[in-house]
Design a protein around this ligand. Structure first.
Ligand code: PLP
Length: 370
């Protein structure tokens, strides 16, 4: 069989080693005679899995002691409601939430938050992160929400350029679903970081929430108890049954990340992979990208064939080479290559080879050469 490289945006590629280990442990976890799926979430076996996952994630992201890590259900989208329900109670009502709108996911967050608070779009651009000097923030806002990597549009914050930093004491909330653990981040700058697992961590169904302790305990009365961050934190994510098998796989991914050299090493690899791919796209007049260079995502690379009549042939040829799930999101069209932590550079090289070959083939057909 051709070697397969999976460029799906999510649910997405996982490390082969992790899948092999999960397969080997499927029927009998560590001599317990049980699959992880069959264990009580409060029993000593699963508690050891949970505690290791929590500890490893804390270590990988250098999460300070005054932050809780919650393993919740509901995915990234449900956090668009749960974060207002948990945070706006810290301010007199009706509170205002500021947003930076940089693409589809922050757009969805804005719509949902408007059910619970006033929303102010402080800055907006779908092709770059607007410079911080242009953000029109609300004094006394409950918090400032940003999606630090827009999975569909391919816009990523360049943390190295100083964004985001604490903004006039306003609480930062970041949706890091599609680039968490791919780059170093200073957790202490945030009130809440959240991420659905299915992009860079593990199976769909687990949602990671990292929340500073002083933000707990002010949930609005309408907040469902099972999603009250304080109740979840006080019960070590076991107020109700957590997504146990997903947490187990996430834990294996965290161990894999540590063996690879942690987040700093992932960041190095992400830079190398992204540079390789963008360089190939930039060098060709056959393809185009639409995101400003300084805001290009290292994880999700949307690109377009200038002549879109070649789209179907491009995808069919890619599939024949084992390059899977390259079709862009239906809302923006074109192509998208998601190159998460588990994507080896060989996969990106295989894609680059194909990009060059496909462009060359089309060129020679147009110019009449064989
Ligand atoms: C995928 C994604 C989500 C939505 O996650 P669901 O688990 O489908 O709710 C939210 N934000 C970002 C940035 C994403 O990439």
């Amino acid at each position: 069989m051709t070697h397969i490289y999976n460029f799906s945006a999510g649910p997405a590629i996982l490390p082969k080693e992790v899948l092999a280990q999960a397969a080997a442990e499927m029927l009998d976890w560590h001599g317990s005679g049980m699959s992880v799926m069959e264990m009580s979430h409060r029993g000593p076996e699963f508690m050891s899995i949970y505690k290791a996952a929590e500890r490893d994630l804390r270590e990988l992201l250098a999460v300070p002691d005054n932050y809780k890590i919650l393993f919740m259900q509901g995915g990234g989208l449900s956090q668009n409601a749960l974060i207002p329900l948990n945070l706006v109670g810290h301010k007199p009502q009706p509170a205002t939430i500021d947003f930076i709108h940089t693409g589809s996911w922050s757009g969805k967050s804005i719509k949902e938050a408007a059910k619970y608070a006033n929303v102010n779009v402080a800055a907006s651009s779908m092709t770059s992160v607007p410079p911080q000097s242009e953000w029109k923030l609300t004094p006394g806002a409950a918090y400032l929400h940003m999606c630090t990597n827009e999975t569909i549009d391919g816009v990523e914050y360049d943390f190295d350029a100083g964004v985001p930093a604490a903004v006039d004491g306003v609480q930062l909330v970041a949706d890091m679903s599609s680039h968490i653990l791919s780059r170093r981040v200073d957790v202490s700058k945030y009130g809440v970081i959240f991420a659905g697992a299915q992009k860079n961590i593990g199976p769909a169904g687990v949602t990671i929430v990292i929340v500073r302790e002083d933000l707990l305990g002010k949930a609005l009365p309408a907040c469902p108890s099972a999603f009250d961050f304080k109740l979840v934190a006080d019960n070590e994510s076991m107020y109700n049954t957590p997504p146990t098998y997903g947490i187990y796989i996430a834990g294996l991914v965290f161990q894999w990340l540590k063996r690879q050299g942690g987040v700093a090493e992932m960041e190095k690899r992400a830079i190398a992979k992204a540079e390789l791919l963008y360089a190939a796209l930039d060098a060709s007049d056959f393809y185009e990208t639409r995101v400003a260079k300084q805001s290009r995502s290292r994880m999700n690379v949307p690109f377009y064939l200038k002549d879109e009549s070649g789209n179907e042939a491009f995808l069919a040829g890619a599939k024949a080479r084992g390059l899977l799930q390259l079709k862009g999101h239906k809302s923006v069209g074109g192509m998208r290559a998601s190159i998460y932590n588990a994507m080896p550079i060989e996969g990106v090289q295989a894609l680059v080879d194909y990009l060059n070959e496909f462009a060359g083939r089309r060129h020679s057909r147009e110019s009449g050469n064989p």
